[in-house]
Design a protein around this ligand. Structure first.
Ligand SMILES: *Cc1c(COP(=O)(O)O)cnc(C)c1O
Length: 449
């Protein structure tokens, strides 16, 4: 790669266009993929066969000069936009000052400021505290540690289609065997699975679906044994499943009545993604604990657990932490990102993007019965593909559409237990033109199948 024919920098100054010079992968990208195959463990896959060299606004640019429309935001991470100028400036300033002290050794201000911001922004006006970590899985692990310490109980309840991470405990909480769990056990104990509300497939009201889950918890585990219920308010990897109205509030009420800690895993739904700062707000619930990561810091690795001060303080001093948790460079990026979420109209932008996505996908659905369901909120919308005769999930069609989109220079991600969902998670920095062009490509790819 030479500096003359690749972009010098990413961010919003990158030309905002779809531009395809070569087949994807082009020759330079292929060279990197060959090196990857030889040097990187086979278990680490990739969705888009390119060598990324720059990204910003609504595009990712590869080493062959192709510019792809980004409808995935690195899995809902670069919500503020890739290489957002304020994030870049905050990172540069902090990285030149100090890169690490370990917050557990020598505390610094930015960590405390991120905790204060999370305590202020998360749902509920009760006293809150936060602790910072490196990844969503680590945040989930710590939320479970805290809930167990607080309650003195051990059982943890997760749901069908759940995704909570790839560490041992979070694999146990995750529902899907392939690719996340298969062959990687034995898994952490005292994890139970309850049925979810999945309106497109179960036909139940929120109250009916909650009654099923609550009955399972009471009869198969016993309320007195349950430390925590953990759920994604809108499931991410599981297929962007939006529970029926009333499902989440009924679970929260049951938790309150039984001394169970209700944990909302907002790693994917958090930080303006759904058009609310946190998806819990869309359902009128106030979680006891909330886990965040992905969109929190504009692409820098950071995660958090935030919640009721008395629960968060349950651990003895020294019981929570980690060498890198709340790294100062990541905290600087988070403060710049949070400032953008609060002051740059990003909640409204997420709702606008959602309006465009929903209208386009629903109009496709009106003429194509293979789109069984269009669902989601804000800039987190998905289409579920089915066999029109039986409603059976059609993962083969879904994979073919996604592959064709990528070949045409549009990054789309799939998800769902049956691999039959295409999810749209564009950076909020994308323009309407690029978003619509991306959806044109999706429509053409679907029509061609
Ligand atoms: C991605 C994700 C995780 C895991 O986060 P990592 O940073 O990959 O460890 C946990 N929960 C949800 C809902 C996620 O989407």
């Amino acid at each position: 790669m030479s500096l003359t024919d690749t972009p010098l920098a990413g961010g919003p100054s990158l030309l905002q266009e779809r531009r395809i010079h070569t087949a994807i992968p082009g020759p330079r990208s292929q060279e990197l993929l060959d090196r990857k195959a030889a040097a990187v463990a086979a278990g680490v896959g990739h969705t888009v066969p390119i060598e990324a060299v720059a990204a910003g606004g609504g595009v990712v640019v590869d080493a062959d000069g192709n510019s792809l429309i980004d409808l995935g935001a690195g899995i809902a991470v670069t919500t503020v936009g890739n290489a957002h100028p304020a994030v870049v400036a905050a990172v540069q300033e902090q990285v030149a000052r100090f890169t690490h002290t370990c917050f557990m050794i020598s505390p610094y201000e930015s960590y405390v400021a991120v905790a204060e911001a999370l305590n202020r922004l998360t749902p509920g006006d009760h006293a809150k505290k936060s602790a910072l970590f490196n990844s969503g899985a680590e945040a989930v692990e710590n939320a479970v540690k805290i809930a167990r310490k607080h309650t003195g109980r051990t059982a943890v309840v997760a749901f069908d289609h759940a995704y909570h991470g790839r560490t041992n405990l979070t694999m146990a909480l995750t529902a899907k065997a392939m690719p996340y769990k298969s062959g990687f056990g034995p898994f952490a104990g005292e994890v139970y699975r309850a049925p979810l509300s999945y309106p497109f497939r179960d036909g139940l009201s929120g109250a009916e679906a909650a009654a099923k889950a609550i009955s399972l918890m009471e009869k198969q585990i016993g309320a007195d044994n349950v430390a925590a219920v953990i759920i994604e308010p809108i499931q991410g990897e599981g297929g962007f499943i939006v529970p029926a109205d009333g499902f989440l509030p009924a679970l929260v009420d049951w938790c309150r009545a039984n001394g169970v800690v209700f944990i909302a895993d907002e790693v994917q739904t958090g930080f303006a993604r759904t058009g609310a700062m946190f998806a819990s707000e869309l359902f009128g619930i106030v979680p006891d604990l909330i886990t965040t990561a992905k969109g929190i810091a504009g692409g820098m690795p950071l995660a958090a657990v935030t919640g009721r001060a008395d629960i968060m303080d349950a651990s003895h001093t020294g019981g929570l932490g980690g060498t890198y948790g709340g790294n100062p460079v990541a905290c600087a990026a988070a403060l710049a990102s949070i400032d953008a979420f609060e002051n740059d109209g990003l909640l409204e932008r997420a709702r606008e993007i959602g309006g465009i996505l929903r209208a386009r996908l629903e109009s496709l659905q009106a003429n194509d019965p293979r789109i069984g369901d269009v669902r989601g909120h804000g800039a987190m919308i998905a289409a579920e593909f089915v066999d029109p005769q039986t409603n059976a999930p059609d993962g083969v069609l879904t994979a073919a559409v996604a592959k064709a989109c990528i070949a045409e220079g549009v990054i789309v991600l799939t998800c769902g237990t049956y691999g039959n969902v295409i999810r749209f998670l564009p950076p909020l920095a994308i323009g309407d033109d690029l978003l619509n062009e991306g959806l044109d490509v999706v429509a053409a790819a679907l029509a061609a199948q």
